[in-house]
Design a protein around this ligand. Structure first.
Ligand code: HEC
Length: 218
């Protein structure tokens, strides 16, 4: 019995002497039995770093960096003529007028370069479904995506540029949006190219310069 009481007292004293510090504030660092991942070799924000000449951990952003997903055109953004800014040029970014109706026309200048950009982006992003001619006969039709419309229907020929911009940006029914993949400028370039395809599909022979008519076998 005496041995039992002795051990019992010892256990009590040991437990209490360990537990009494619980909840007591201390300026000493805690004892880490299992440090987990509390201590790592890493650079903390705004810390000191002697590897770099300016002794800063934070590295300055490389000159000319454009935030990802901003859709900003670097050349234009840093030229001073900052037209690619939603607040300054809402039509460019939404394809909509102030009253939310779709804008008709192009808020960018149509140049040969823009059409070439449009052709390139259209071929990459749209032709798989809409076909290189825009007639809706892309490769996906063979795999069952039969709902892809032709751009040469009157409905799409009469559609405003703003509505096409909206479709490219947000998608429509089974067509997903491309707003996260195509810069604003790319989207308008594609629309210009779609217009060129529509024009080509409905052009009368009289539109073909006479010296090229022979190429058509006419
Ligand atoms: C994965 C296939 C696919 C791709 C890629 C695709 N489209 Fe479509 N597109 C469709 C389908 C399907 C529809 C018909 C959607 C509906 O109305 O059900 C459609 C509809 C449209 C329409 C008509 C929308 C309307 O209001 O009826 C336009 C304009 C259009 N696409 C333009 C584009 C452009 C420009 C691109 C490239 C940026 C593109 N599409 C890429 C499948 C695609």
């Amino acid at each position: 019995m005496r041995i039992f009481l002795g051990i019992f007292c010892l256990v009590c004293v040991t437990t209490v002497s360990f537990l009494w510090v619980r909840g007591v504030k201390s300026t000493q660092p805690p004892i880490y039995v299992f440090p987990d991942m509390d201590f790592q070799d890493k650079y903390k924000p705004q810390g000191e770093n002697h590897f770099f000449a300016d002794h800063r951990n934070d590295r300055p952003v490389v000159t000319g960096t454009v935030p990802r997903g901003s859709g900003l055109n670097e050349a234009v953004t840093f030229s001073g003529a900052y037209a690619y800014q939603p607040a300054l040029n809402p039509i460019l970014y939404s394809g909509k007028n102030a009253d939310e109706s779709f804008y008709s026309g192009f808020p960018v200048a149509i140049t040969h370069g823009l059409l070439e950009l449009g052709q390139q982006k259209f071929t990459i992003y749209c032709s798989a479904c809409h076909g290189v001619l825009g007639d809706g006969n892309g490769i996906t039709k063979q795999y069952g995506m039969v709902a892809t419309p032709s751009y040469h229907d009157d409905r799409l020929r009469n559609m405003t540029e703003g509505e096409i911009f909206n479709t490219i940006t947000h998608g429509k029914n089974t067509m997903l949006g491309y707003g996260d993949k195509l810069k604003v400028e790319d989207r308008w370039a594609i629309i210009a190219y779609v217009r060129a395809l529509q024009l080509a599909a409905h052009a009368p022979v009289s539109d073909v310069p006479s010296e090229h008519r022979a190429d058509l076998g006419l």
